[in-house]
Design a protein around this ligand. Structure first.
Ligand code: T4K
Length: 371
């Protein structure tokens, strides 16, 4: 193949339903002219998602970032929030946008989620909550985090943006903590182009989570809260409904891709699979850690080599949120306090991972890495 004919391979491609089937359903939206404001597809998606995620309480939103802001507002948080720096910007920005102070906590070297053994040292009289991320769909240590929260009377918000469909001993991941926030962005395993959801157990939060999504409007003449526009539209909800129908086959394809990666890269010195059992996660990402000394090349060298071949792996999550200019002055952002997060963000690489990859693609990616 000549260089300009080399096939581009992207980190992910969105799952999409059959076009003609989608258009048939789309016609119904056209005919009804109900485009948004919590219409029938929106309601139906919520009901379906409750079943899929095995939760009793769930609302959908227009994206996970707005949902994170709404989650913080719903819990009426004030003060400091203990959070992982090894996450997408949205997690920490949401804390800051709500006028709260992020306090960074180091991560566990195995799961790359927040390290519960480092949380208590960071608690002050101003701490109100823990914001933990099930990074790559790997569950946080929910038991230990809950025990700390109970002891210190803190709220827990799980950023479950990556964790669609994950369960712990048969319990849907959205049942842990006070609130969990899922993302349905185009890059996510389950997508509605843009979208998200909050799951909740405490029924006293139900009305608030609902009102905050729609400007606080209870009725035409009653505005009860300073809400925002967090509604998902009917087109997106329909896409979600159709995508739910094909999710299992996408999961199966990704399982095969994972197995192929395992056969090509599983025994390479210096390459560590962050996910050792894909079936316990959300099939969202395929992250590896590259130990420069053992492997002989750094993560950045591998990343650039792949780019030369038009393979677009991503460094999720480098840089750490604590190293962004807007947060680096915080005392808790000191790199010396976050050694595992620092090391992980230098070594992490998420390889292309989606159902449209062929086995030849996976072989090609793996060969470039190992050659
Ligand atoms: N919390 C966590 C832990 C998160 O990871 C995220 C989002 C959030 C909260 C907030 O969720 P949302 O508010 O977005 O619902 C992407 C996504 O935009 C973002 O949703 C995601 N996490 C983050 C990890 O990744 P980028 O800047 O890397 O995306 P982009 O545009 O470079 O896309 C990556 C690749 O995906 C492209 O190479 C091509 C492919 N792609 C992308 C899009 C948008 C497609 O094939 N089609 C598409 O429509 O941020």
């Amino acid at each position: 193949m000549t260089e300009d004919k080399v096939k581009e391979i992207l980190i992910t491609r969105p799952l999409l339903p059959d076009f003609d089937e989608f258009c048939t359903e789309l016609k119904k939206i056209w005919d009804s002219r109900i485009l948004t404001n919590q219409g029938p597809n929106h309601a139906s998606l919520e009901q379906n998602l409750k079943n899929h995620l095995k939760v009793d309480g769930l609302y959908v939103y227009n994206n996970a970032t707005i949902a994170l802001l709404i989650a913080i507002k719903a819990l009426d948080l004030k003060g400091e929030v203990i959070v992982t720096p090894f996450t997408f910007s949205a997690t920490v920005h949401a804390i800051e946008w709500c006028g709260l102070t992020p306090v960074f906590c180091d991560i566990d070297p195995e799961t790359l989620c927040i390290d519960p053994s480092k949380i208590e040292n960071l608690i002050t009289p101003n701490t109100c909550a823990i914001m933990a991320v099930h990074v790559y769909g790997i569950p946080c240590d929910v038991k230990k985090i809950q025990a700390i929260a109970d002891k210190h009377n803190l709220k827990i918000i799980y950023d479950a943006a990556h964790a669609f469909g994950v369960e712990i001993d048969g319990v849907g991941i959205g049942n842990f903590g006070d609130l969990s926030v899922f993302s349905f962005h185009a890059t996510k395993f389950f997508n509605t182009a843009e979208g998200g959801a909050i799951t909740y157990k405490d029924k006293s939060l139900k009305d608030k989570l609902y009102l905050l999504r729609n400007f606080g409007i209870k009725s035409e003449e009653e505005i009860l809260l300073s809400g925002i526009n967090g509604k998902m539209n009917e087109f997106q909800a329909l896409l979600g409904l159709k995508n739910l129908e094909i999710l299992e086959s996408e999961r199966e394809k990704r399982k095969n891709i994972y197995d192929l990666y395992q056969s090509f890269l599983g025994k390479i010195e210096g390459i560590k699979f962050v996910i050792s059992d894909i079936s316990s996660t959300s099939y969202q990402y395929f992250p590896i850690l590259i130990d420069k000394v053992k492997f002989g090349k750094s993560r950045d060298e591998v990343f650039l080599k792949l780019r030369e071949h038009k393979i677009f792996a991503r460094k999720y999550f480098y840089p750490l949120c604590s190293d962004y200019e807007c947060y680096s002055e915080l005392a808790s952002a000191n790199p010396d306090l976050l050694p595992i997060a620092q090391k992980s963000s230098q070594e992490i690489l998420c390889l292309p991972f989606h159902g449209n990859l062929t086995s030849d693609d996976v072989r090609r990616i793996s060969n470039i890495i190992t050659s």
